[in-house]
Design a protein around this ligand. Structure first.
Ligand code: CA
Length: 450
């Protein structure tokens, strides 16, 4: 529900990151804490919370944008007051009063530590299974089940009103903020004001800043609770100010859309978001499946959608031989760890979850946590845990080597999106390997050979 600068958010999502071209809203997601897991870990593998007033390094950003040089950042910071003042007419048109504008911007200084985060290049990457281990942990499953019991009547009411499975809502709550216990600690107005006036994403964040002022003007969220990630995502399910405007609802009827302090409002708003993004009522996100011995792995491609019945005809079975409830659903086959890992048929709702956050590993974590909360067991098929995720440098190398051999990877970006996976697949076909599109170390080694 966060809208992180695509590159950052996407770099977050492990071996199988995907940039969804169609996810217009998600495309601009600035990060939440999920992403920070993929920053070099300071103390082991636990994601660090936002530490508020981190000092700026004083260094130019890695993006190479002229707006991110140290000099440009200093100059923009020096003009911060003028920049904010110039936004008053736009705030006024949105119904923000002069008194409130002054109140919420008085004494505001830019939080330049954000500039380091805006251009951060994660060096460490996680595999899908490491990511799922962290997010679909026994602790998170147990806590989620407690909350589902505690708020059972509320979950039922939200489910009735929006048609979104309560376990999915609980899973988003759990994955985004560990049920409200993790999240940023930066004031959203200050973060978005900083990004609206300094750095390379000003146009995008001007809208977020003005929307944050509107939230305060309406009194939806208490100013001291409008706290979030460096990119301005706030509340237990991490709304950006603009997505708040679009999706937030007042479900407890107190006249305020409080997605921070009202569990009713935050669950219903999240459900409304999924509903408006096309959630198919009463349906799951997907199924773990088992592939037949001889299988055409070229079919494992998001572009190759077929009905569940057609997949069955190809020998695809649901794990544990459970029946598929609706054979006419359309699905694509997803192999997050290639032919040696588990396989999934992904339904329409998986794509809806990906609009919330355009990374397959993220959407899979949501889906899996939801299944575990519902009472399902662990995956039946294991992960190839001896594989490690390619580093960012290795991903670039992989893309360069593929391009050098004439495969289309687009502009090398260090992300293993559908295009790169397609190129890996074609290379695998050409070299007699199983064409599962999985960018393993052995694929990279093979590419390094002349
Ligand atoms: Ca309310």
């Amino acid at each position: 529900m966060v809208n992180p600068p695509t590159i950052l958010r996407l770099a977050a999502a492990s071996l199988i990151v995907v940039g969804l071209a169609g996810a217009a809203r998600a495309q601009d997601k600035p990060d939440n804490w999920l992403m920070r897991m993929f920053q070099p870990p300071a103390t082991g593998s636990v994601p660090a919370p936002d530490t508020g007033d981190r000092e700026w390094s004083g260094q130019s950003g890695a993006s190479g944008s002229p707006l991110m040089t140290a000099d440009a950042i200093r100059a923009a910071a020096a003009a911060f007051g003028d920049c904010l003042a110039a936004l008053w007419p736009q705030a006024e048109r949105r119904g923000v009063t002069r008194a409130n504008f002054e109140r919420f911007t008085a004494g505001l200084t830019p939080d330049l530590g954000i500039m380091d985060l805006l251009d951060a290049q994660p060096e460490f990457t996680k595999s899908t299974w490491d990511y799922l281990d962290l997010l679909v942990s026994d602790e998170r499953i147990a806590r989620g089940r407690e909350l589902l019991t505690h708020y059972a009547p509320l979950f039922a009411a939200v489910e009735r009103a929006y048609g979104v499975d309560r376990h999915i809502l609980a899973a988003i709550w759990g994955v985004e903020s560990n049920y409200g216990t993790m999240g940023g600690d930066r004031p959203v107005v200050r973060s978005t004001a900083t990004l609206a006036c300094v750095g390379r994403r000003r146009d995008y964040f001007r809208e977020e800043f003005l929307s944050a002022l509107e939230i305060l003007q309406h009194g939806d969220v208490a100013p001291e609770h409008l706290i979030g990630s460096w990119a301005g995502a706030f509340g237990p399910t991490q709304f950006m100010p603009t997505s708040f405007k679009r999706y937030a609802v007042d479900f407890d009827g107190d006249g305020r859309r409080d997605v921070v302090d009202s569990v009713a409002d935050l669950l219903a708003s999240t459900a409304n978001n999924l509903k408006m993004d096309g959630w198919a009522r009463g349906q799951s996100w997907g199924y773990e499946v088992v592939l037949p011995q001889k299988f055409d792995y070229l079919l494992a491609d998001p572009a190759r959608q077929m009905t569940v019945r057609q997949w069955q005809a190809l020998g695809v079975r649901r794990a544990a031989d459970k029946p598929f409830p609706r054979p006419s659903d359309r699905a694509y086959l997803f192999l997050p760890a290639g032919a040696r890992g588990p396989a999934f048929l992904m339904l329409r709702n998986f794509r809806v979850i990906m609009k919330y956050n355009p990374a397959e590993a993220y959407a899979l974590a949501i889906g899996r946590l939801a299944d575990r909360l519902r009472g399902d067991g662990p995956l039946l098929h294991g992960w190839p845990r001896e594989e490690r995720a390619l580093t960012v440098a290795e991903r670039y190398e992989l893309q360069r080597l593929l391009a050098h051999r004439g495969y289309d990877v687009g502009e090398p970006d260090g992300l293993l999106g559908p295009r790169t996976r397609g190129a890996v697949r074609n290379f695998q076909v050409a070299t007699g390997q199983i064409p599962d599109g999985f960018a393993s170390i052995s694929v990279l080694d093979r590419l390094r050979q002349p």
